[in-house]
Design a protein. Structure first.
Ligand code: ARG
Length: 605
């Protein structure tokens, strides 16, 4: 089924064609109910081309608009907006086609997968393995997972690439330190256990800074590693595996699935990238080079110079692909990564969920692969940059003594605080609120605490910084996960109170929409599929959090004793059935929506 927005867009498009107007019909959901449910804003933009006033154009569009089956009579507002209000019968008819969920696992609410699935790479999380994951890794992991979930739901083939930093000079130091402190690692690499990676790194670095012999040893180890020395590689691998085990403990807890493919996986390909560039350099030196870019040596480094990239002093800014010491760097690895993703994985969309500070790096790498023709037009490259998560003071996140805060500690703290929410909430949603077992409380606290952190992150506009604030994110009021989880559990308890058994629910129950709050709720429910479509193109999770928050608020108006309607005690029976069906659709939409954000729901809180 096409979304309502799509159908309305097509209808307005048809009307435009009849009056010889082209372009986008610009149909959008209205921000204010006063203006109907949708509006088309195209008339203003057509005035010049058609030589008419926007209001005249709007009225010509309305004359040619065949939309009776969906909308009330359209109205013109302001300079030439065409306001469209859905007929309750149309809304009810659409909702009625949504299948009952016999098994809520894998519930799609009748939403079809997209007709042309793509292969998409999402590059997310990607910590450097030398250290423990810290708070700075939260956003990429949570935002990236949400983007993956939505694309997967739409039917795309998604590679969730964990492009971990497992290559580079610091690994020489770590391997050398490991060999010194835990010599059995050579014989028993699998049994390596480092409880605290952070202090391991700090100790190694301290030795590196004060001990010249160790410094030399570390440098030699880097060379051995790069040359593929078997014993050195084995220790390095043991270290990376142990470090990845730490990461995956966190991913499991956050319920995030990832495929690990670190920088080291591209060592061969990095050589090939450099070979290809050297060849291009030779060709460019013997023939004419393009006007806007070239490959050249600069102070012993192999570089790509492209128009449009300048350093602060106005000098051309090179993308260095081989350093003057012969080593490869971050840019080399990202060029190789794109070659792999395009040529081997056949990706047509590559999305990098990486902080805003790396914007210039990605701008340059993307520009380079376009010039080099390693990523053709049909491949979309997108850096989804995000702002920082700050401490509640508004300052960068630090421990009291100025160190980095481990991600694990942050999650633990949120779950601990969520325990109070779980224990103290005099819940209307639990059948027997006083009788919660301890491990049940643990499970609820984990679901609420982690849900709160994720939701708070996703509900902020991606590009801005935000302040981490447990009080706000754990509040049962406002735009928070606990509010939505509570709304969900409450609706489920309504169903239980009404004694509904969805598995034997008659499939021919009619939905009737009369009361304003009932129509408003149904309209919101109808807009779920188009909301997902918008996120798929715009890649902004806060569109989904806003939608779910509005849906939950619309539901509470519908269920409100004064403003809304009777549900459990509505009569006649058909009306009660219709309203219970709306309750069920709301709960299922909340559950699926939260699931796509990576957040779990609870049947009772
Ligand atoms: N490991 C990098 C860092 O911690 C992030 C990698 C992001 N992905 C990429 N393909 N460059 O900064």
């Amino acid at each position: 089924m096409n979304s309502t927005l799509q159908v309305l867009t097509e209808r307005v498009q048809d009307a435009m064609i009849k009056i010889d107007a082209g372009g986008d019909p610009l149909v959008r959901a209205s921000q204010d109910d006063k203006f109907g449910d949708y509006q088309s804003n195209c008339a203003m933009g057509l005035a010049k081309a058609l030589g008419k006033k926007p209001r005249e154009i709007a009225s010509a569009i309305i004359e040619n608009l065949l939309i009776d089956d969906i909308c009330e009579t359209p109205e013109i507002a302001g300079p030439g907006f065409v306001n469209l209000r859905l007929k309750p019968g149309f809304i009810a008819g659409c909702l009625q086609t949504i299948p009952l969920a016999s098994d809520t696992k894998g519930d799609r609410l009748g939403i079809a997968v997209c007709p042309k699935p793509e292969t998409v790479v999402v590059d997310l999380s990607s910590p450097n393995l030398a250290k423990e994951m810290h708070v700075g890794h939260l956003r990429s992991t949570v935002i990236g997972d949400c983007i993956c979930r939505i694309l997967e739901f739409q039917g795309h083939k998604v590679h969730r690439e964990n492009h971990v930093g497992d290559w580079g000079t610091q690994f020489g130091m770590l391997v050398a330190y490991l060999r010194r402190t835990k010599p059995d690692v050579i014989d028993q690499p699998e049994s390596l256990e480092i409880k605290d990676l952070e202090s391991f790194y700090v100790e190694a670095k301290a030795l590196f800074d004060k001990d010249d012999a160790f410094k030399t040893e570390s440098r030699e180890t880097v060379v051995a590693l790069q040359q593929g020395d078997v014993a050195t590689r084995r220790i390095w691998k043991a270290f990376c595996d142990e470090s990845l085990r730490h990461c995956h403990a966190i991913y499991d807890r956050l319920n995030v699935r990832l495929e690990d493919r670190g920088e080291s996986a591209y060592t061969k390909l990095m050589e090939e990238v450099v070979d290809r560039l050297e060849q291009i350099q030779q060709e460019q030196e013997s023939k004419d080079k393009p006007k806007d870019w070239y490959v050249a040596d600069s102070d012993g480094a192999l570089c790509l110079f492209m128009d449009g990239f300048k350093a602060r002093d106005g000098e051309p800014l090179p993308l260095i692909v081989r350093k003057s010491d012969g080593g490869f760097n971050y840019a080399t690895s990202d060029l190789a990564t794109i070659v792999h993703r395009v040529e081997t994985l056949n990706a047509t969309r590559i999305i990098y969920v990486v902080g805003i500070p790396q914007k210039q790096h990605f701008d340059m790498v993307f520009a380079a692969v376009r010039k080099l023709d390693w990523a053709k037009e049909n491949v979309i490259l997108r850096h989804l940059g995000f702002g920082s998560m700050l401490a509640s003071s508004g300052k960068p996140f630090k421990t009291r003594d100025g160190g980095t805060v481990k991600l694990k500690d942050l999650l633990d703290e949120a779950v601990e605080r969520a325990r109070n929410v779980a224990v103290n909430t005099k819940s209307e949603t639990a059948d027997n609120p006083t009788n919660q077992e301890n491990d049940e409380v643990d499970r609820i606290a984990e679901t609420i605490g982690l849900g709160a952190i994720k939701y708070f992150d996703l509900s902020h506009s991606m590009s801005s910084d935000y302040k981490f604030d447990l009080n706000i994110m754990l509040s049962l009021e406002g735009n928070t996960a606990p509010y939505l989880q509570y709304a969900y559990a409450r609706i489920r308890s309504i169903g239980r109170k009404a004694g509904v058994d969805w598995s034997s629910w008659p499939t021919d129950t009619n939905i009737t929409l009369e009361h304003a709050t009932e129509i408003a709720l149904a309209t919101k429910l109808l807009q779920f599929p188009e909301t997902l479509d918008t996120i798929t193109t715009e890649l902004r999770p806060n569109i989904l959090t806003d939608y779910l928050f509005t849906l939950a608020k619309t539901f509470s108006r519908f269920y409100d004793k004064k403003l809304g309607v009777r549900v459990i005690d509505a009569s006649p029976e058909e009306l009660k059935m219709s309203r219970l069906r709306l309750c069920d659709l709301t709960a299922r939409t909340l559950k699926l929506g939260l699931h796509l954000l990576g957040i779990e729901t609870l049947e009772q809180m």
